[in-house]
Design a protein around this ligand. Sequence first.
Ligand code: UTP
Length: 296
Amino acid sequence: MSHVKIAVFPVAGLGTRFLPATKSVPKEMLPLIDRPLIEYAMDEAREAGIEEFVFVTSGGKSALENHFGAAPELERRLRSGGKTDALAAIERSRLPEGALSFVRQEVPRGLGHAVGLARRLVGNRPFAVMLPDDVIDAPRGCLRQMVEAHAVHGGHMVAAMEVPQEAVRAYGILDVAEETARLARARGLVEKPDPALAPSRLAVVGRYLLEPSIFDRLANAVPGAGGEIQLTDAINADARRVPVHGLRFEGERFDCGSVPGYLEATVAFALKRADLGSDLARTLRQRLAGAPRAAA
Ligand code: UTP
């Protein structure tokens, strides 16, 4: 049984790297093949034992709300038309009534600010934060790996992976005190450091397990990198009181908030699909060899 039951999904960002696609469609609704990004994160959360889901949204995200609501007319038609696969696909995204809550972030003041808005719903419990545009392909879900490690070590825990030196300026970076197996104990975190000054190359990706003490730090937070209230700054401010660990998770992370990462994820996931993989591999081989497209 997992001791972490509630997850916060901050989805109120502007998604500027994906404009104009994200002008009216939330980034989290972009399809990775035939499922929106948000479903991959929800599956990972459920596998980790999460039962309550809090979305921090901005205006214009009603598509997300609708996605998890019932669609009686569509379901009736699929049922009467014998389209059982399609019916199963939409039933799979259903959540029990009452499991989903929405909190509104009126102005995108940063990830830390968005997480702070979930305080009343989370209360005094440890909780997960998941950024759905980070898709993690792993034999055992990344969040589940973290929940298991957190049951032993407690404190704040972030998903961590090594990045090239030049890339550290795009991430929160751990100041590593010691490492045991996959777990790095951190003295603190620094958001988007200059590569020359970065304390390590171990970067935070979009999964966090946080103790409720983080809310006091967020309540007093001031804008940091990019003029935004940063979650990593709040974790750093708590690091003297609460242990902070980075888990080098098993699995591969795709930054689906960027066009190149999204493309790579699409190809990687499609190649693994029984119904798509071999045709796609053949098409890619032909294209890479410069061969003209065979007639369908
Ligand atoms: P990103 O750094 O990916 O920003 O946010 P973004 O606005 O979504 O996208 P770009 O960089 O402009 O393309 C990381 C996560 O934090 C959420 C985002 O929705 C995303 O899940 N976020 C960010 C908020 O909920 N509120 C904010 O004010 C900022």
